[in-house]
Ligand binder design. Structure first.
Ligand SMILES: Cc1ncc(COP(=O)(O)O)c(C=O)c1O
Length: 457
C-alpha cells in the first residue's frame, strides 16, 4: 500500500544520514504520533521508542503540557531575538539552568541545537584565550569515533573518518586522541593511559596552541564508552596544568540521561563549559546551549569586549518556554532519581543477553547502553565491512523495527545495538525490549554461525 505521504516523502523529502535509494523498494518509516514510551506509524502500528527519538525525548512523547507552554508563549511573544535584547523566557531559563548546573557554570549561551553548541563552545574557547592575551590557542582535541555534530567546526571535533573525509578540508586545528573503549585493551594496560594520551597530544601540539579538549561523559560514537575510574579527574588535572579548557559535550548525557541533571556530575568533574541540546526541551522544540563558567564569561563583561558570535534563533522564546516546562516535568516526576533506581534492572536485562554467542560486550550508564556484537566471543573478533553490512542493514535493523522496537544499530565503530529509552521507561518496557532483542540476536547468532561454517567448507 502506498500512501500520499509515502510518495511525497520519496519525491520531495531529503532525509538526513539516509541512503534514500534504499526506499525505492521499501516504505519510508513514517511516524505520525507518540505517547509515553511509544510511537505509531502511519498504519497505526505501535513501536517501543528505545532510542527516545535519537536520545531526545527524555520525558516521553505526547505531553500536552509542552504544547500548552508553547501556545501560551506564542500568544504572549512568539519571537524576539537575543541579539542585544532579552526576553523573560530566555532570562528565566538561563537562571534556572545556572541553578541546576554544577560549580560556577552560571552563564548560558543558547543555540538551536547540538552542532551549534559545539561550534559555539570552540569559538568561545578561542575568544576567551584571545581576550586573555593568548591568541595562539586555537586547537581542539577530541576523541576517535566521537560524534560532536556536522557543521564544519563541530565536524572537525567529530572523530568518524567516513563523516569527515568527504568534506575536507575541515576547520584547521582539530586533533584526535584515543577513546576509553577498554573492551579492546589488554588487561595489563594502565587504566588511565587514554587520559594521559590527551597530555601527550597537548605537548605534541604545543600547549600554547591548544584552546580546549572536548569529551562526552559517556561517548556515544562507538557505542557508549564509559570512562575509567579517575579518567576525568586526570583529564581535569592535565587541562589545568596546560591552561587548556575542558568542554563536556552533554548533548546526549544531560537532563537525566545518566541519572543526573548533567553527566559531569555522575563522574564528579567540573568542566569549563557544558554543551547541551536534545533533552533540554525533550525535543518538543529545537534548542541547544553552551553553559559556561563565570571565569569564561568574565573577559566579555567589561568595556567594549564582545563575543562576536550568535544565531537568530538562539534562545527562541517558544523553545525556552518549552524547556522550562520540560525541566518542571523532570523535577516533578523525579526522573533523575527514577533513572538511578531503574538503571540496575535495565542493565541486568541487557547483561542477561550475554549468553548469546553474538553478544561480546554490554556497556553504558543510566538509560544509555550499547551491546557490542562480535563474530567470536572468545577472541573478540569483529565483523568485516561486508559482514557488518549484511548483519546490520541486511537483517538486524529491519527485523528489530518489524518486531516493534526502535533502537540503533550502528557500525561506524565496531557493530553495536544501542538503547536509550525515555526516562519514564521501567520494568514493562525493559521486558518488551528483551522480548524483541533475545530472539532477534539469537537469529543473528545463528546466521553468523552459518557464515562461519560456510567459510570453513
Ligand atoms: C555529543 C553530541 N554532540 C553534538 C551533537 C550534534 O547535535 P545536533 O544533531 O543537534 O546538531 C550530537 C548529536 O547527536 C551529539 O550526540
Amino acid at each position: 500500500m502506498s500512501s500520499d505521504l509515502q510518495e511525497q516523502a520519496k519525491r520531495h523529502l531529503w532525509m538526513h544520514f539516509t541512503r534514500m535509494g534504499s526506499y525505492q523498494d521499501h516504505e519510508v518509516p513514517v511516524i505520525v504520533r507518540g505517547e509515553g514510551c511509544y510511537v505509531y506509524d502511519e498504519h497505526g502500528k505501535r513501536y517501543l521508542d528505545g532510542l527516545s527519538a535519537l536520545y531526545c525525548v527524555n520525558i516521553g512523547h505526547g505531553r500536552a503540557e509542552m504544547g500548552q507552554a508553547a501556545a501560551e508563549q506564542a500568544k504572549e511573544l512568539g519571537f524576539y531575538t537575543n541579539w542585544s535584547y532579552a526576553h523573560p523566557p530566555s532570562i528565566e531559563l538561563a537562571a534556572r539552568i545556572a541553578a541546576l548546573a554544577p560549580g560556577n557554570l552560571n552563564r548560558v549561551f543558547f543555540t538551536s541545537g547540538g552542532s551549534e553548541a559545539v561550534e559555539s563552545a570552540w569559538k568561545l574557547a578561542k575568544a576567551y584565550h584571545t581576550a586573555r592575551g593568548e591568541r595562539g590557542r586555537h586547537k581542539l582535541i577530541s576523541r576517535k569515533l566521537a560524534y560532536h555534530g556536522t557543521s564544519m567546526g563541530a565536524l572537525t571535533a567529530t572523530g568518524l573518518t567516513a563523516l569527515r573525509t568527504p568534506f575536507e578540508p575541515l576547520t584547521p586545528g582539530g586533533t584526535h586522541v584515543a577513546n576509553t573503549n577498554s573492551y579492546r585493551w589488554s588487561e595489563d594496560r594502565d587504566p588511565l593511559w587514554a587520559a594521559d594520551a590527551i597530555e601527550e597530544a597537548i605537548l605534541f601540539q604545543g600547549p600554547d596552541t591548544v584552546a580546549a579538549v572536548i569529551l562526552e561523559p559517556v561517548q556515544n560514537g562507538g557505542g557508549c564508552f564509559v570512562p575509567q575510574d579517575g579518567y576525568f579527574q586526570r583529564v581535569r588535572e592535565i587541562c589545568d596544568r596546560h591552561g587548556v579548557l575542558l568542554i563536556s559535550d552533554e548533548v546526549i548525557c544531560s537532563w537525566g540521561r545518566l541519572g543526573e541533571w548533567f553527566g559531569c556530575e555522575r563522574y564528579d568533574y567540573l568542566p569549563d563549559m557544558i554543551t547541551t541540546a536534545k533533552g533540554i526541551t525533550s525535543a518538543y522544540a529545537p534548542m541547544g546551549a553552551v553553559i559556561a563558567g563565570d571565569h569564561i564569561a568574565e573577559p566579555f563583561l567589561q568595556g567594549k569586549a564582545i563575543f562576536n558570535h550568535g544565531f537568530t534563533f538562539g534562545g527562541h522564546p517558544v523553545a525556552c518556554a518549552i524547556a522550562l516546562a520540560n525541566i518542571d516535568v523532570i523535577e516533578e516526576e523525579a526522573l533523575c532519581e527514577r533513572v538511578r533506581e531503574n538503571e540496575g534492572p535495565f542493565r541486568e536485562m541487557l547483561e542477561s543477553l550475554r549468553d548469546l554467542p553474538i553478544v561480546g560486550d554490554v556497556r553504558g550508564a543510566g538509560y544509555f547502553h550499547a551491546i557490542e556484537l562480535v563474530k567470536d566471543k572468545d577472541t573478540k573478533e569483529t565483523f568485516d565491512d561486508d559482514e557488518s553490512e549484511e548483519l546490520l542493514r541486511g537483517f538486524l535493523s529491519g527485523e528489530l523495527y518489524r518486531r516493534g522496537l526502535i533502537c540503533r544499530t550502528d557500525d561506524r565503530g565496531d557493530p553495536i545495538v544501542q538503547l536509550s529509552p525515555p526516562l519514564i521507561a521501567g520494568a514493562e518496557q525493559f521486558e518488551e525490549i528483551e522480548a524483541v532483542l533475545r530472539p532477534v540476536l539469537s537469529e543473528a547468532s545463528e546466521r553468523v554461525e552459518r557464515w562461519s561454517s560456510l567459510s570453513r567448507v
